[in-house]
Structure formats: C-alpha cells, structure tokens
Design a protein around this ligand. Sequence first.
Ligand SMILES: NC(=O)C1=CN([C@@H]2O[C@H](COP(=O)(O)OP(=O)(O)OC[C@H]3O[C@@H](n4cnc5c(N)ncnc54)[C@H](OP(=O)(O)O)[C@@H]3O)[C@@H](O)[C@H]2O)C=CC1
Ligand SMILES: CC(=O)[C@H](N)C(=O)O
Length: 253
Amino acid sequence: MTKTVFITGASSGIGQACAEVLAKEGYNLLLCARRLNRLDILKEKLNSIYPHIKIHTFELDVRDSEQVQNQINGLPEEWKTIHVLINNAGLSQGLDPIQDGDIGDWDRMIDTNVKGLLYVSKAVIPLMDTANGAHIVNLGSIAGKEVYPNGNVYCASKHAVDALTKAMRIDLLSKGIKVTSIDPGMVETEFSEVRFHGDKERAKSVYTGVQPLTGTDIAETILFVITRPAHVNINDLLIMPTAQATGTIVNRK
Ligand SMILES: NC(=O)C1=CN([C@@H]2O[C@H](COP(=O)(O)OP(=O)(O)OC[C@H]3O[C@@H](n4cnc5c(N)ncnc54)[C@H](OP(=O)(O)O)[C@@H]3O)[C@@H](O)[C@H]2O)C=CC1
Ligand SMILES: CC(=O)[C@H](N)C(=O)O
C-alpha cells in the first residue's frame, strides 16, 4: 500500500527536504505552506523525477484555524486518508532580551509554532489511517529542551511543542497513533533569515566557521523514524551538528 504523508511548511528548508526524501521512497505527498507557487514548482520537479507518486499541493496559513479546518475538510476524497503527519511549519522571529522583544514577533511564533500545530493536528487526526501505521512527527528543537540567551519566546514555543508531543502520545495511545518529536540544533535553511527579518548577512553569520545540519539530514532521520516496525516508536530525537554542544555553544573554526 502506498502511504500518504502530510507535510506542513513544505515550501522551504526541512519541510521541502522531507518532500524530496519521501518522494524518492515512493510516498504520496500532501504539501502545504503559504507560498503555493513554491510548492507547485517542487511538485513539478518531483513528479518529473518520480512520475509514479501522487502529490497534492494547497495554500495554508496554519495560524488561521478556520482556513485549516476548511482546507483539510475540503481535501479531495482520495486525499482523505493520511498515514503520516509532519508538523514542520514553524519559525523564529527576533533574538532580543525579553524586555526589548517585539509583540508582533511573539504572536507570530506562538500562533505558528504552537497554535498552528494544534489546529492542523486536530483537523488531520480524524483522517489518519490507524489500521495501517498512523504517525505524527512534530518538529521541536534544541530550543525546546533548553533556554538560551534572547531565545525566550521561541524557546517557550518549542517547550510547548515538547509538552504537546508528550500529551499527544498519551491521548492518542489507544488509537495506536505513534507520536515522535524531532529536535534539531542548527540546520541551515531559511530559518535564520526569517528570524532576522530578512537580514541575509546576519543570517549567514550564524553558520560561519561551522558545518551545520542540512534539511536532508533531518528528512533522512524522519524517514528512519517513520519506517520502524509497527511495535517500535521513537519518542524523541535530539540531533545536533557535531560542532554544536548546546543551543549556543558552538566550536567555530
Ligand atoms: N533551522 C533550524 O536550525 C531549526 C529549525 N527547527 C524547526 O524546523 C521547522 C522548519 O524550519 P526550517 O525548515 O528550518 O525553516 P524555513 O524557514 O526554511 O521553513 C519554514 C517553513 O514553515 C512554513 N511556515 C511558516 N509559517 C507558516 C504559516 N503561518 N503557515 C504555514 N506554513 C508556514 C514556511 O512556508 P511559507 O513561508 O511558504 O508559509 C516554510 O515552508 C520549524 O518548526 C523550526 O522551528 C528546529 C530546530 C532548528
Ligand atoms: C539553537 C539552534 O540550534 C536552533 N537552530 C535555534 O536557533 O533555536
């Protein structure tokens, strides 16, 4: 049976890499993000390499609970059976002491990373094929395991993801839905550009003198996690670049 994977935030970085790695493995893909044009370019590329898989793209702002319900309830019938949900859409905005933080940045992080994950999960869980290995993978972070200077609200949002992953595992236990948290350290994506509001130079400096993880490193880990035997669940995986010890202790050359 061909399994269907629903990926939020597939227009960039880790989500896009998940689409690429899972397409190669023959999964059908439901891809969403706000930037539909990017998803459609990705779909065309993947379908030209892997013509045997099916890909459905749609625009979704995970912060909008009504849109999330309507878009997911309105999926074509053939897309209403989902095996794996990857709650990947997320962002960091700003890196300032709490007293200087921007309230708009705080709202965007909490609305996307916490509320967005909840809205999507609530809409997708009823569509999950519990008879055939249903699995939810949440993108947490090292920032959900520790707090680093100026990371305040982003760290709080990822600590919330950590708590929600544990809570989902309890609540979905009787349904047989596996729940896993993937918690990366530094991954070079558009993450830092978004964090620094488009300042490309500052974003680049985050990765100076260090070899960060790539989106593909994380996607391959997710592939490993979702292909364990039925009786095995990986609860939580913390993945760091070799040169990174904690959220902020990095060995730069
Ligand atoms: N890069 C890193 O170092 C780390 C990243 N993470 C986590 O990994 C996840 C992916 O980030 P990463 O790939 O690095 O970053 P990117 O900025 O490269 O990708 C983020 C993705 O999230 C999507 N997204 C953001 N806001 C929304 C929204 N409101 N609705 C729908 N989609 C949204 C973006 O799509 P669009 O803008 O088109 O909507 C984009 O596809 C995040 O949850 C992040 O917190 C965790 C630890 C480390
Ligand atoms: C500290 C990290 O590695 C992570 N990318 C973050 O900035 O939270």
